[in-house]
Design a binder for this molecule. Structure first.
Ligand SMILES: Cc1cc2nc3c(=O)[nH]c(=O)nc-3n(C[C@H](O)[C@H](O)[C@H](O)COP(=O)(O)OP(=O)(O)OC[C@H]3O[C@@H](n4cnc5c(N)ncnc54)[C@H](O)[C@@H]3O)c2cc1C
Length: 446
């Protein structure tokens, strides 16, 4: 099959370096990653994905898969290979009677929330609407509704997948259940998901938004945040972002999302009442408004992220994080702390491959900058900050969804735990024995 035949076989578009659309089609979220694929196959459905795999096999091309294009490792694009690009496959169908949503493999959380909220329903997703539903869910999924409804992958009940051999496979609790288990956290290792089915929950309004603290009070608010979520409220998800302003004063953004019946819940009062509060933008609003509280420029900044799951946040670790954010010395990089309290702990751990639900928090140093001359300094800051967190690490592994491409396999194995990793490898041998899908947080077949 040559390029002309590929064009003729695909319902979707084929984009090469000769096409005007090429440059706008090859970029991703992280401006640090700049790659030049030979072909972009913008698929229109599962049959196109099978044809693209065929083409890759015939021409021995490396394969990258693009969902929402958000992965900081830049896994959605490769040099000289083929990109299986699902960015035209963004449909989301909602069966409100059955409380199920069926999302195509390139849908974003913005697409998903718009469709499900039409019916007053939700599934727990990511906090930035341009992030891909597939990439995020296949790696776990932490967001504004984690305490209430668990990880995104806990709500994944079915997947339609095209394997690198071009076979269409369904996975659900009744059919290929082991594959569904692997897809609940094991990443894009087994095939290209062309449809993902989610269990939905009723939700309309939330009490959410953000609280911004500046200066010396940040130390106390960090402790207060830890203590509030440590009581494991099931109706309150909460994350914090620790940064610095231009004057190098510490800044803390607290991102609560409360879904209970109280209009002034005590947990939020405990957070709101602390000294140093410079902005209180917490209010009752729609879930769609909540999903726009956090935004992040796409393709504009250079990013390098590194972190650990930790069991707890002792004072000593919080003080280390304050020292590390002072060492960063400039905005807009930050330390993101996501709490895993509540529902993730209630879910049967054997139902999916995600290996971190028993951890207390996900702590990540997000270096963010624009000037390439700062590359070395910013990357060093992120790595050294992760090293400072390492003594409290839950498993030595990190969140696969936030990993850069330079993490050693030991970190990926540790992210899952040895037994889960072995089981994932056995399934990899079954569904992708030649490791065609290796541009990801890779589980090699052997
Ligand atoms: C600004 C920003 C905000 C984020 N917020 C959150 C958050 O709130 N919660 C959270 O948990 N994570 C979050 N993430 C991390 C995010 O979950 C991962 O980066 C995830 O990989 C993004 O998926 P994507 O489809 O957008 O990415 P892509 O770069 O398109 O894909 C990444 C990888 O996912 C796999 N993949 C994607 N689509 C498919 C598919 N259809 N079938 C098979 N494999 C596929 C492939 O292995 C691919 O290489 C965020 C990332 C960014 C940059």
């Amino acid at each position: 099959m040559d390029l002309r035949e590929l064009r003729a076989s695909l319902v979707g578009a084929v984009i090469t370096p000769a096409d005007d659309a090429y440059d706008n089609s090859r970029g991703g979220f992280n401006a640090l990653v700049d790659r030049l694929p030979a072909v972009i196959a913008r698929c229109a459905g599962a049959a196109d994905v099978a044809v693209a795999f065929d083409f890759a096999r015939v021409h021995e091309l490396e394969v990258a898969v693009r969902g929402g294009g958000h992965n900081v490792a830049g896994h959605c694009v490769c040099d000289d290979g083929i990109v299986i690009d699902l960015s035209s496959m963004r449909g989301v169908d909602v069966d409100w009677r059955a409380r199920l949503a069926h999302a195509q493999g390139g849908a974003t959380w913005g697409d998903f929330d718009a469709a499900t909220q039409e019916h007053g329903l939700v599934a727990p997703g990511g906090v930035v609407v341009s992030t891909g539903v597939a990439g995020l869910t296949l790696g776990g999924g932490i967001g504004h509704l984690t305490a209430q409804h668990g990880l995104s992958c806990d709500n994944l009940v079915g997947v339609e997948l095209v394997t690198p051999a071009g076979t269409l496979v369904s996975a659900s609790e009744d059919e290929n259940a082991a594959l569904l288990w692997a897809l609940r956290g094991g990443g894009g290792n087994f095939g290209v998901a062309t449809r993902l089915d989610f269990r939905l929950h009723p939700l309309d309004r939330v009490v959410g938004g953000l609280l911004l603290y500046r200066g010396g009070g940040v130390r106390d608010v960090l402790r207060r945040f830890r203590d509030v979520v440590g009581a494991s409220p099931r109706e309150l998800s909460c994350q914090v972002v620790l940064g610095v302003d231009e004057a190098l004063e510490p800044l803390l953004t607290v991102l609560p999302c409360y879904t209970g019946g109280d209009s002034d819940p005590p947990e939020l009062r405990a957070l709101r009442s602390r000294p140093g509060l410079v902005e209180d933008a917490v209010r009752e609003h729609s879930f769609l408004d909540q999903q726009h509280v956090v935004d992040s420029a796409y393709g504009e900044n250079r990013h390098y992220w590194k972190g650990h799951f930790v069991r707890e946040l002792p004072d000593e670790l919080l003080d280390q994080l304050l020292d590390r954010i002072a060492a960063l010395g400039r905005p807009p990089g930050n330390v993101l702390i996501e709490s895993l309290h509540g529902r993730p702990k209630d879910v049967d751990a054997s139902a999916g491959a995600a290996g971190f639900r028993e951890a207390g928090f996900n702590v990540n140093a997000l270096a963010i900058w624009q000037d390439s001359e700062l590359d070395e300094q910013q990357i060093r800051w992120s790595r050294e900050t992760a090293d400072a967190v390492a003594p409290w690490s839950y498993s030595g592994g990190a969140y696969v969804n936030y990993m850069q491409a330079d993490e050693p396999i030991e970190r990926i194995r540790a992210a899952f735990g040895a037994d889960t990793f072995d089981r994932l490898q056995a399934l990899k041998r079954q569904y992708d024995p030649h490791n065609v899908l290796r541009r990801n947080q890779n589980v090699p077949p052997t």
